[in-house]
Ligand binder design. Structure first.
Ligand code: PLP
Length: 376
């Protein structure tokens, strides 16, 4: 059984930002670190390439990705930066994203505006929303002859919405446009099949819902782009292909990578897809309980195609009240949950992780929100 070090006195409902890694995985990481300190040259020079490749092969198998196109990066931000900074931009090119994108990723796009004169276009995806067609239609409507790359989330951060990634890849390719899927939240939250998805670029974290140690994510690159993509830090492997370039980006601690297969093994032993469904069921309960307590409308139908292990619920308060509400929940009620300002409204984004969350915790949050926002 997996064991977690979370402080039991906190009602922790923010696995979506950062979750807790099982202590079995941390113990393995400790062992690797001891080995590294006992024989640094063996560990980092002689043994690293094979260990890195073995881990990469196991992770690629779990994600159904081609091993030759799959590399480790530190996090989703790093993976998105590798693609965006390597992409052959020309002045006037447009990057098409949506209004639900992650702010740090938007900054990566903005950086290209100053550097290459590209333009960032945001399709406006409605929220509240009824279904996937509205997402597809909004993105299609924002495509122009200048759209050079579509860069969209698989699961959005502020709104916790699952985008129809397969249909979006088909749409992009029908228009002859490459597509980057920001799947930061996807591995361990919903099923992943990178080869069937067929995106040009795919980036996903293992340190979120797979609970690997912090600092391990995957970048998967379609064959035709592999020569073009370089890591954010250029080192010894430059020009020698994707694997060589990403295996070594300067001296670093690779132990999070080495623990990724163990984290996947634990995830599978917890049930794999049934574990992921158990996360969803927690959130399904949570969003109903909170919406009922606050008498607010939920922003989308109760469909597993629209949300996974997170859900955003609108709060009946003003944007100005949000910081105080967040602070009071955390310090007085001992509830860790993100209060998000998005589209000029305030949202609470709940997470459900079946390894340590329980339905009562959503009742606790609902009662705290009710007391603070409605006063009953
Ligand atoms: C959609 C999306 N992209 C990128 C990131 C960045 O992930 P990381 O901090 O691991 O780089 C996040 C983080 O939550 C995210 O939600």
């Amino acid at each position: 059984m997996a064991n977690y070090l979370l402080d039991p006195s906190v009602c922790f409902l923010n696995h979506g930002s950062f979750g807790s890694t099982p202590s079995q995985v941390l113990a393995l990481q400790d062992q690797f670190r001891k080995e590294m300190e006992a024989e640094p040259i063996d560990f980092l020079l002689r043994n690293h390439p094979k260990r890195w490749a073995d881990c990469r092969n196991k992770v690629a198998e779990f994600l159904n990705a081609e091993p030759d196109g799959t590399v480790f990066v530190h996090n989703a931000t790093d993976g998105v930066n590798a693609v965006i900074q390597s992409f052959p931009w020309k002045e006037g090119d447009q990057i098409l994203t949506t209004n639900h994108r992650y702010d740090a990723v938007r900054n990566t796009f903005e950086h290209m505006v100053g550097r290459y004169g590209v333009e960032v276009v945001e399709a406006s995806v409605p929220f509240p929303i009824n279904g996937h067609q509205q997402i597809i239609d909004s993105i299609e409507a924002a495509i122009t002859p200048k759209t050079r790359l579509i860069a969209v989330d698989h699961i959005t951060s502020p709104t916790a919405l699952i985008y129809p990634a397969e249909e979006l890849v088909k749409l992009a390719h029908a228009k002859g446009i490459p597509i980057l899927i920001d799947a930061a939240h996807t591995p361990g939250q919903i099923d992943v099949d990178i080869q069937t998805l067929g995106a040009d670029f795919w980036v996903g974290n293992l340190h979120k819902w797979i609970c690997a140690p912090k600092g391990v994510a995957v970048l998967s690159v379609a064959e035709q782009w592999r020569e073009a993509i370089h890591p954010t830090v250029i080192s010894h492997g430059y020009g020698q292909g994707l694997t060589e370039e990403f295996t070594w980006c300067g001296t670093d601690d690779p132990t999070a990578i080495y623990c990724a297969p163990k984290a996947i093994e634990i995830h599978q032993s917890q049930g794999g897809s049934s574990f992921r469904s158990a996360h969803h069921q927690l959130v399904q309960t949570g969003r109903e309980v909170i919406a009922h307590a606050l008498q607010v409308e939920l922003p989308h139908p109760d469909s597993q195609s629209l949300y996974g292990s997170m859900a955003s619920i609108p709060l009946p308060c003003s944007v100005e009240q949000a910081p105080d509400l967040f602070a009071a929940l955390r310090t007085e009620d001992k509830i860790e949950v993100p209060i998000i300002i998005w589209d000029n409204r305030v949202w609470v984004r709940i997470s459900g992780f079946a390894g340590y969350n329980r339905p009562e915790q959503y009742h606790q949050l609902a009662a705290a929100l009710q007391k603070r926002l409605i006063g009953e």
